[in-house]
Write a protein that binds this ligand. Structure first.
Ligand code: TYM
Length: 339
């Protein structure tokens, strides 16, 4: 069997980028025979970017309901909150002790903050917490704790998966070489090429940090329509030929369309389809896929006790997998109990 694992940080309201980059492919994979899936809410990661407890709590429940509404079957999938698995922070420490500081200096999230500080003439590390700096190690622990083979993610996460491979290799080498034991599988990123980076309203990567997202379920069909109306286009009038690559509208359309629908849509734009009409088509296309899920989402979000019970059952399943491996790792590094 192949183990597939992915997580989403619980800092905001799930958007279309999360859906097409991670949720949709992970759920499709989880339905295949021979696949064992681990899907989780990355709430320890949320603490790195967010010090608003109410927002984290709300986001955790929204994300839990989103995964389930999108078709995750908690009987088939191990579905849990990262913070319910104490083995993960424990493994994080074991990995921290074999990770080179120089490698963390190169991690994108840290480098972006450091470069911005330098450009602004500030101290390089101004505002950088150790959480941000060591973020890739926590993520490596998420993946290695369950020995995942495949990690479906958007392109922005590739570097993190590569770092997880490096750490795994180093740990295997340091503690397994003598006994010929490979503790960790080397994980691979699985990227859906066509939607590896879904653009947002302004054409940049759709991201909470750019405030250019289109919500998946929040606010209902009305919010979806309003967000789509704000997608940036040029001011060409109906009847004028449009450049389909001049806006993120077509890329968004392609993320939900069949190849035939996408080709036809491009041709119509070149032939003069108005942007207003094009946006209406995009809305209808996306809504057709997500409206049934939205109804389930609204029912689930009103049942916090039920969500909680599903997550606690998932945590028990996850820990049953994590605990024996962690015991082996403790033994390997010299933390075995005497009696
Ligand atoms: P996060 O929460 O930023 O994003 C969750 C997932 O959504 C994908 N994504 C996108 N994909 C395509 N286009 C976009 N515009 C877009 N925006 C977001 C991300 O690539 C990601 O797959 N560190 C991770 C969470 C995490 C994790 C893990 C993932 C923690 N531990 C272990 C996999 C395995 C993060 O912050 O993703």
């Amino acid at each position: 069997t192949t183990r597939v694992l992915t997580g989403i940080t619980t800092t905001g309201t799930p958007h279309l980028g999360n859906y097409v980059g991670a949720i949709r492919p992970a759920i499709a994979a989880s339905r295949q025979a021979e696949v064992e899936s681990f899907l989780f809410l990355a709430d320890y990661h949320a603490l790195i970017k967010c010090d608003d407890p109410a927002r984290i709590e709300r986001s955790r429940m929204e994300l839990a309901a989103t995964w389930l509404a999108a078709g995750l079957d908690p009987e088939r999938v191990t579905f849990y909150r990262q913070s319910d698995i104490p083995e993960i922070p424990e493994l994080t420490w074991l990995l921290t002790c074999v990770t080179a500081k120089g490698q963390m200096n190169r991690a994108h999230a840290y480098k972006a903050a450091a470069d911005a500080n330098t450009a602004a003439g500030e101290d390089t590390d101004a505002g950088v917490t150790m959480g941000l700096y060591c973020y890739p190690i926590l993520m490596a622990a998420d993946i290695l704790m369950f020995n995942a083979h495949q990690v479906p993610v958007g392109r922005d996460q590739i570097q993190h998966i590569e770092m997880a491979r490096d750490v795994a290799q180093r740990f295997n080498h340091l503690f397994g070489a003598a006994s010929g034991r490979e503790f960790f599988v080397l994980p691979e990123a699985v990227i859906e090429e066509q939607v590896a980076v879904l653009p947002g309203l302004d054409g940049r990567k759709m991201s909470k940090s750019y405030d250019n997202t289109i919500p998946l379920f929040a606010g209902g069909a009305k919010a979806l329509k309003e967000a789509i109306a704000r997608i940036v286009t040029d001011s060409k009038l109906p009847g004028e030929p449009k450049d389909p690559d001049s806006t993120s509208l077509v890329t968004l359309f392609e993320a939900f369309a069949t190849p035939e629908q996408a080709t036809a849509f491009r041709a119509e734009l070149v032939a003069g389809l108005g942007w207003g009409e094009a946006k209406q088509r995009l809305f209808e296309l996306i809504d057709a896929e997500i409206a049934p899920m939205r109804a389930r989402y609204e029912a689930l979000i009103a049942q916090p006790a039920e969500l909680e019970a599903i997550l606690m059952a998932g945590a028990a399943k996850a820990r049953a997998t994590a605990a024996p491996l962690l015991a082996e790792l403790r033994h390997a590094v010299g933390l075995r109990r005497m009696v």
